[in-house]
Design a protein around this ligand. Structure first.
Ligand SMILES: Nc1ncnc2c1ncn2[C@@H]1O[C@H](COP(=O)(O)OP(=O)(O)OP(=O)(O)O)[C@@H](O)[C@H]1O
Ligand SMILES: [Mg+2]
Length: 248
């Protein structure tokens, strides 16, 4: 299955992604994790040494070379098929590709870089040999229709406060415009059942999964340890989400 994880800044997209990845690996599956966060740190959460990992979005020479940027002109369909092999990090059944931010289209020269990053993302999403978890930046505006079409499930991470739910609402509308078939709310950082109920009422739907606040996960994150090893109850919550998605 191919899962994209989105939501407002800081709601726990990377945390939820890391636990979903762990739950899939625990089921013996092969997983491709794609970090498309502007400040990517999925590698650290998953226990990779991230000191040597540079997001593709920051490889200016490579992006220039592939986009063939020359003044206002650039290649709309740049070559990317050799990049996964070159830059993918591997650990057992887990592969990790750190893309960094794919910015929105519009003014400026970011378009040329984005053509490379988007082509690469679309290529990665074509992979049929493994499950995919895509840790995204806030919103879905920056994803093209082609990208959305190749994702099976979109999870919107929500915390029990109004601002987070309002963003979720916006994502929900955008995602529906793009005709995403499987779209679900994941409640995160809940203190109690009242928090879960608040999210349910504000979103008008039952979350597909609930992560409670974990002191162990917080501590592990602060110490730079892989959080997925620190909070078994969060792995369990993620596993329930995988089961629910399989039935969705
Ligand atoms: N259920 C939880 N229990 C305890 N701490 C949590 C939980 N969920 C997230 N956190 C903590 O909240 C912080 C933000 O989480 P995270 O980095 O996953 O958010 P994000 O949505 O990916 O942020 P960004 O928008 O910056 O990419 C982290 O320090 C993380 O450890
Ligand atoms: Mg993140």
């Amino acid at each position: 299955m191919k899962i994209a994880v989105c939501g407002k800044g800081g709601v726990g997209k990377s945390t939820v992604s890391a636990f979903l990845i762990k739950a899939l690996l625990d089921r013996g599956r092969k997983v491709l994790a794609i970090d498309a966060d502007p400040s990517p740190h999925l590698a650290r959460l998953l226990g990779f040494d991230d000191s040597s990992i540079k997001p593709i979005a920051q490889m200016k020479d490579l992006l220039n070379e592939r986009s063939g940027r020359d003044g206002p002109f650039y290649n709309l369909n740049p070559k990317v098929d050799d990049l996964p092999e070159k830059f993918m990090k591997k650990k057992g059944n887990l592969s990790l590709m750190v893309l960094g931010a794919i910015q929105q289209g519009g003014a400026g020269c970011a378009c040329a870089d984005n053509a490379v990053l988007r082509n690469l993302l679309n290529r990665l999403l074509l992979s049929e040999n493994e499950d995919i978890v895509l840790d995204m930046e806030a919103g879905v505006e920056h994803l093209g229709r082609g990208t959305i079409a190749s994702v099976d499930h979109i999870l919107i991470v929500v915390q029990p406060y109004r601002g987070s739910v309002e963003t979720a609402d916006k994502i929900d509308r955008l995602a529906r415009d793009l005709k995403i078939r499987s779209l679900h709310v994941v409640a995160n950082n809940c203190q109690d059942e009242e928090d879960v109920k608040f999210i349910e009422e504000m979103c008008g739907c039952k979350p597909i999964g609930v992560f409670f606040t974990s002191q162990d996960a917080r501590k592990a994150e602060r110490q730079g340890r892989p959080i997925t090893e620190a909070a078994p109850e969060m792995v369990e919550a993620a596993d329930k989400i995988i089961s629910a998605l399989e039935k969705a």
